[in-house]
Design a protein. Structure first.
Length: 747
């Protein structure tokens, strides 16, 4: 219709121009005639006398004719003009009618095409739906503005319900084309909520204010896209590319941003409350003072936060908590237990140690035996890579279920046998047939005889071989290895690179097994401790034991208390005086004294029948404890959930026969629970608060516990003293002592 109006305007303009031309011509002729008359009136006088009568007549006629000449000329020429205008008007009217009929035909045809395309989009066969969805692109052309919205609505509906992967990918391509062709205001008229747009290319698109709540945008390309004010809450943006994107005022609350790249993105006033940020990269990103939810994020899992623009107070807190970027000599740290393959105290100590070292800026790389795909991602954050050596563990367990874990602790009766690996047994599994080093069951390892054929030692041997090969071309200045299972590998790695190594003891075989000690482990501990350049133990009692049992040079073994990183249980008190609940939390092995706990419980309940004694854990003592009526036995809980065990607890009783340190003591103190723990322990060396006991003195311990459970003033006084000490504990800087041991070893 616009084209028709343009043609009519051009016709009218031409007609007006034609009439103006005729008017101008008539005016020119009239002017010329007047000029001739003036010249005739100026002739000489004698010439006038000769023809006077005749000329007077001529002049009179000429004067009369001049008066009507202009209008006669103009009107005479206007007739053809009017005729031409009438003809032109008729022509334009006919042309307009023709074009209108053709436009109606086009609209009808386009409507029929859209109807046919929509029928294909709703078809039963995937191929038919794909053809229909791809066909929607033609309706996004500029000249089809009246069909933009219905075509877009059809595309959105298809994206929301389509199940076929190929059709969804085709729909994603069409969505990208629509975002490029259509007005952003039109895009925002429909809801993109819950759409599946994996891998969609929306780079450089204007998507301001778009409703993408709960949408699946995994691996989407949104580089330099404008998403100001967009709703992306609870959207899946895993692996999405958002580099240089404008996300000002966008809502990303509870969005999954794992692996997403937001390098250089603008996030002023954005909301990120509860967002998942594992391996999210924010290098160069800009967060404003009003960006919401920043305090709720796990920044230790975020890449490049030190290179991002963050509110100054937040950045200062993060640097205090997580330390500067890795610096100084690189240390290779070998661990046997890494989540989910953990069994309690040793892993807890390693967890806090690494975090404390990182606050000093230590450059650490963790190496574990297990296949990387089976390990928890980033247990220490993005600054500490964890490298798995590819071994497959027979069975994982909870933190205190050492009887089913490939663990240094095993069970007293069968530390490497079927009892330690579940009913199926590791040697009979399908994995054994695929592993050459497992098939060589008759081959002795390091001269230790037939016992070296047990699964745990075979795993140790395989770990050593793989670490030695892996470390041959790696750059590191020192090896730090935790407990005897990793020491052969540490020795091999250090030898391959010509560096020193440190043996870190979390417990000795004589501490783990008061009786029935394994001679092979004793020999491995002796060899490792003598070969290491330095040895670290968690307390004075373990140091004395190591020197006495293995003849170590005292100057080469140092006692350093276990570290505690900031954080832990919430500041609100979890313990409760009025419940009279006494807790045991740990492995149910002879070392930890579960039988002593049961004896103390029986003695206390004679005077306090309403006292409740609860044990959480697993191990070879479980069967015996199930028969004790004075206690309640609960299975082991997951390591990540261990803090919940302290809720509504009146006291923690740790009656270990040998306790190298006792990380559970620190954890209970953080939770506001009074602790009774051995005076011969690493924790007792490092702490002054709590109640220090001799676990085998049943009557004495029972009386102290009765006094605690019946005197609220005493209970509160102990809790206050513990909290004061535990809050200050991380500032004791045990990591600095570890760093000093490193320097001594490298010197």
């Amino acid at each position: 219709m616009t084209r028709h109006r343009l043609l009519l305007a051009i016709g009218l303009a031409l007609a007006v121009a034609f009439a103006a031309l005729h008017y101008w011509t008539a005016a020119r002729i009239t002017d010329r005639a007047e000029q001739i008359a003036r010249e005739a009136s100026q002739l000489a006088g004698d010439q006038l006398n000769d023809v006077k009568a005749r000329e007077e007549l001529i002049a009179k006629r000429l004067e009369n004719r001049l008066r009507g000449f202009f209008w006669q000329s103009f009107l005479g020429n206007l007739g053809p003009v009017v005729t031409a205008l009438v003809a032109l008007a008729g022509l334009l009217t006919g042309l307009n009618s023709y074009l209108a009929s053709r436009e109606k035909e086009r609209i009808d045809r386009a409507g029929a095409e859209l109807k046919d395309t929509l029928a294909r989009v709703a078809g039963k066969e995937p191929r038919e739906r794909m053809v229909g969805i791809v066909g929607l692109q033609q309706f996004f052309a500029a000249e089809r503005a009246d069909q933009h919205l219905p075509a877009l609505a059809a595309l959105i509906a298809a994206l929301r319900i389509e199940e076929n992967d190929e059709v969804r990918r085709a729909a994603g391509v069409v969505a990208s084309a629509a975002a490029a062709a259509l007005d952003p205001a039109l895009l925002a008229k429909v809801s993109w909520q819950r759409l599946r747009l994996r891998g969609v290319d929306l780079a450089h698109r204007r998507l301001d204010g778009l409703d993408l709540r709960d949408a699946d945008l995994e691996d989407a390309d949104l580089r330099s896209a404008r998403l100001a004010g967009a709703r992306l809450d609870a959207a899946s943006l895993k692996g999405a590319q958002l580099d240089d994107a404008i996300l000002t005022g966008a809502d990303l609350s509870h969005a999954d941003l794992a692996g997403a790249s937001l390098r250089g993105a603008q996030l002023a006033d954005a909301r990120l409350t509860g967002a998942k940020v594992l391996k999210m990269d924010v290098t160069g990103a800009v967060f404003g003072e009003n960006s919401a939810g920043l305090d709720t994020l796990r920044w230790d899992l975020v890449k490049g936060w030190r290179e991002a623009t963050l509110p100054a107070p937040l950045k200062a807190r993060l640097e205090e908590r997580y330390g500067p970027a890795p610096r100084g000599p690189r240390v290779l740290m070998l661990m046997w237990e890494v989540p989910p393959f953990v069994s309690g105290g040793a892993w807890t100590a390693c967890h806090h140690l690494v975090r404390a070292l990182r606050r000093h800026g230590a450059d650490l790389t963790i190496v574990a035996p297990w296949d990387t795909d089976t390990l928890d991602e980033l247990p220490f954050g993005v600054d500490v890579p964890v490298i798995g050596m590819g071994l497959m563990a027979p069975q994982a367990s909870g933190p205190y279920g050492a009887a089913t874990l490939v663990s240094a602790y095993g069970t007293a009766r069968a530390p490497y046998g079927a009892a330690a690996y579940g009913a199926s047994g590791y040697a009979t599994s399908g994995y054994a047939a695929a592993s050459p080093w497992l098939r060589e069951s008759g081959r002795a390892w390091s001269g230790y005889g037939a016992s070296s054929g047990t699964p745990l030692l075979r795993l140790t041997q395989a770990f050593t071989q793989r670490v030695q090969r892996w470390a041959a071309d790696k750059d590191f200045a020192l090896v730090h290895a935790h407990d005897w299972l990793t020491w052969p590998a540490a020795r091999a790695a250090a030898s391959a690179r010509g560096v020193h190594w440190i043996a870190h003891v979390h417990s000795l075989e004589s501490e783990r097994r008061p009786s029935g000690r394994d001679p092979i482990i004793l020999r491995l501990e002796a060899e490792g401790l003598k070969a290491a350049n330095r040895a670290i133990v968690p307390g004075a009692s373990t140091r004395r034991r190591a020197i006495a049992e293995y003849g170590l040079v005292p100057e080469r073994i140092v006692a350093i208390a276990n570290a505690l990183s900031p954080g832990g249980p919430p500041p609100a008190r979890m313990g409760a005086f009025e419940t009279r609940r006494v807790l045991f939390l740990g492995r149910l092995t002879a070392q930890k004294g579960p039988d002593l706990f049961a004896e103390i419980a029986a003695r206390v309940k004679r005077d306090l029948p309403d006292a409740v004694f609860e044990m959480i854990g697993s191990g070879e003592s479980a069967a015996m404890l199930e028969r004790r009526a004075e206690i309640t036995l609960r299975p082991a809980i997951d390591w990540q959930e261990r803090a919940t065990a302290f809720s509504q607890v009146s006291a923690l009783l740790l009656p270990s026969r040998a306790e190298p340190f006792g990380m559970v003591v620190l954890e209970a103190m953080q939770a506001g629970v009074p602790v009774l723990y051995p005076r011969e322990s690493g924790a007792a060396d490092a702490l002054t608060s709590g109640i220090k006991i001799t676990p085998t003195a049943i009557e004495d311990v029972a009386q102290q516990l009765i006094n605690l459970l019946t005197n609220v003033e005493t209970w509160e006084e102990i809790v206050r003293a513990q909290l004061v000490e535990i809050v200050a504990y991380p500032k004791r800087d045990h990591a600095a002592a570890i760093a000093a041991a490193w320097q001594a070893a490298m010197a």
